[in-house]
Write a protein that binds this ligand. Structure first.
Ligand SMILES: [Zn+2]
Length: 665
């Protein structure tokens, strides 16, 4: 069978939107390196996701962050204005494009399709192959599908490229798939696992009580020990080469040592022993789709227990950087080159498995071991990139600061509803320790830079406790703006508003901070006229949201209800939600409301381990900025850093950029 695509593109094209996005040809990805200009100045930017200015300042003053203190003495320490809303994909996009969200079109982790009132991921879209040939039970894609990065506007490293200034961009969020460039880039947050989602662990157990039908971020599977042997299957991507679209699977066997807490795992060509409470390291596996096509992935095994119950955790299957089924780097060989040097490494965005911790599949210590691998890997690869950083710009991203604050805030804060005194004894200091590890990384970097290098340390937003959850759609219902089809039905717990009566609904919430008016001509069943009617309704709802108090605490729940029209500029401002909710300290949207559910209560205690967050008003969640050169701006913002990069390299600022250099008064 002949076809116009290369083996690899062909394989990619077979992976569907439900699993992996298919990918056709990518003319923008030129694999040769380009003529670079040696720059007299270099810029090194270290991005610590979620590092909070309040905590940083406190631990600097307590002497726990000596490298931060040293850098602060050189250039000062500022709060860095974050985006509205302060979600990572939005905030990093402000930095990447040098605009507010009106310029880059990313307003939330989750946008919506107004034709079906359904949530969609904001960062990337996947389309399956549009033309296929079917022979028997096998479907061959002829024209490749695509995966698209939905962020608009030019990335700053694309502007640098136009001026022949080299850049390496390591795992910056909101850059999946990486935009076309000859610069060295590797994608980070937003990169799926090989199932096409944001991470799906597997947990095998002999204990029936642990089997749950529906848990977020993973799957529990019952296994049986027969003669000290277990047979199980590891599911992979949907096989879109087959008419009935089965899930590709790999069989594996586990042999339990009859006496000792040790097991041997045999999967494909791997055979390895694990002691109880031991991690396997990365294993490369390959899912066969049709005889000529397969997809490679990498995963880690963790043997939690051998007896009395057998418990085995398998990490989300990451895209194999040595043979990436989807584009994760530019040039494509950059990921392969790192793989050759370091072996397999985390490629999934947000690599630590917070879902496994949230669902009691991994405990606190086990989660920290896993995230420890992430941080150690980051350190080693940073060292490698520093070693060859001789010109232009290097951006390097660290995720652990964000992930650990999300999961461990409850043990730092006695007021948190999920505070646990016993656990706090062991893990109450995790966040402080993580900041100290960030300090060690900064120290490593400061020892390696020369006097021509501008060093910027930044975070995209700060952190707040997350005590109470707000069900926006329930509030809208109780306030008369959203109606269910059955008056007597108290709640609607399916995603995507299946029981909402759109003919009587004026407004709805989708996403973590977004509220939309049910507008005529925009939504499928809109009832509010665009123009003055919509504007008046927006102002009315915004005012009521800010007036709403938590009956238990009498605290304001929504500190700022931003009217999109007032805050966004740029070509995509009209795509924004109509109102952006900026929560007060301690509050956040619930886990139900963002996907279009309408539960019974407006407010609920947050008892989950996901206990710190940053969905609040931008004014109370700034990030951090430190530099090794005096910062002159009093109140710099993320997009000012983009303007700073242009200024330092002597590039005329592109007209779309709205910021000003931080080194100008
Ligand atoms: Zn976060």
């Amino acid at each position: 069978m002949t076809h116009p695509l290369s083996r690899r593109d062909f394989m990619k094209a077979g992976l569907g939107a439900a699993s992996l996005a298919a990918l056709g040809t990518r003319p923008g990805f030129v694999q040769k390196s380009f003529g670079k200009t040696a720059t007299p100045r270099k810029i090194l930017i270290l991005g610590f996701d979620g590092m909070d200015p309040g905590l940083t300042d406190r631990w600097i003053r307590e002497g726990k962050l000596p490298a931060f203190r040293r850098l602060m003495a050189q250039g000062g320490f500022r709060s860095l204005q974050t985006s509205v809303p302060p979600q990572s994909p939005v905030a990093w996009s402000n930095f990447i494009a040098g605009t507010n969200p009106g310029g880059h079109g990313i307003f939330d982790f989750i946008h919506r399709d107004p034709k079906i009132y359904f949530p969609v991921f904001s960062a990337s879209a996947t389309e399956e192959a549009t033309k296929t040939i079917r022979i028997g039970n096998t479907i061959f894609p002829i024209k490749g599908g695509k995966v698209r990065n939905l962020r608009r506007g030019k990335a700053f490293w694309q502007v640098l490229e136009e001026h022949d200034i080299p850049a390496t961009i390591f795992k910056i969020p909101a850059n999946y798939p990486p935009v076309a460039t000859r610069q060295r880039t590797i994608s980070g947050m937003g990169t799926p696992d090989i199932l096409g989602g944001y991470g799906w662990f597997r947990y095998y157990t002999t204990e029936p009580k642990e089997i749950r039908a529906d848990i977020g971020g993973g799957e529990t599977r019952q296994v049986y020990v027969i003669g000290n042997r277990i047979e199980a299957k590891l599911p992979g991507p949907v096989n879109t080469f087959k008419k009935d679209r089965p899930t590709a699977e790999i069989d594996f066997k586990v042999y339990l040592d009859p006496q000792n807490p040790v097991a041997k795992i045999v999967i494909q060509d791997h055979e390895f022993l694990l002691r109880e409470r031991e991690w396997s390291g990365w294993k490369r596996i390959r899912f066969s789709l049709i005889p000529t096509q397969s997809v490679s992935g990498i995963c880690m095994f963790y043997l939690k227990e051998v007896r009395p119950n057998f418990r085995l955790y398998v990490s989300p299957i990451n895209i194999d950087p040595g043979d990436a089924a989807l584009p994760i780097s530019t040039p494509e060989f950059y990921a392969e080159e790192l793989d050759r040097k370091f072996g397999p490494f985390f490629t999934k965005g947000l690599p630590a498995d917070t879902s496994a911790l949230d669902n009691d599949v991994l405990d606190e210590g086990e989660f920290l071991q896993q995230d420890g691998f992430v941080l150690e890997e980051s350190r080693v690869m940073l060292d490698h990139e520093l070693g060859r950083f001789d010109s232009g710009l290097l951006f390097y991203y660290i995720s652990s600061t964000d992930q650990r604050q999300h999961m461990f805030w409850r043990l730092l804060d006695e007021k948190h509803p999920a505070y646990d005194a016993a656990l706090a004894k062991s893990y109450g200091g995790v966040i402080e320790k993580t900041y100290m590890e960030a300090d060690a990384i900064l120290n490593q970097v400061m020892g390696r830079i020369d006097k021509n290098t501008l060093l910027l340390i930044m975070s995209d937003h700060g952190f707040n406790p997350y005590y109470r959850s707000f069900n926006l759609n329930t509030w809208l219902r109780q306030s008369g703006y959203l109606q269910l089809t059955n008056e007597f039905k108290q709640e609607d717990l399916e995603i995507g508003f299946p029981s909402t009566d759109w003919s009587r609904t004026k407004a709805y919430g989708i996403g973590l901070n977004g509220l939309y008016i049910n507008q005529k001509g925009r939504e499928a069943n809109g009832i509010i006229d665009q123009g003055a009617d919509t504007d008046n309704l927006v102002r009315e709802i915004a005012r009521k949201l800010e007036e709403f108090k938590d009956p238990r605490t009498n605290d304001q729940v929504v500190l700022k209800a931003y009217v999109a029209k007032d805050i966004y500029t740029g070509p995509h401002a009209g795509e924004a939600p109509d109102i952006i909710l900026g929560f007060n300290r301690g509050y956040r949207i619930s886990f139900s409301s963002p996907l279009g559910r309408v539960p019974k209560d407006v407010l609920e205690d947050n008892l989950s381990k996901w206990s710190g967050d940053h969905m609040g008003a931008a004014e109370i969640l700034p990030g951090i900025l430190l530099a090794n050169q005096a910062v002159k701006a009093d109140s710099p913002a993320l997009y000012d850093l983009t303007a700073t990069i242009m200024d330092v390299f002597g590039i005329e600022k592109p007209k779309e950029l709205i910021g000003t250099s931080i080194f100008k008064e």
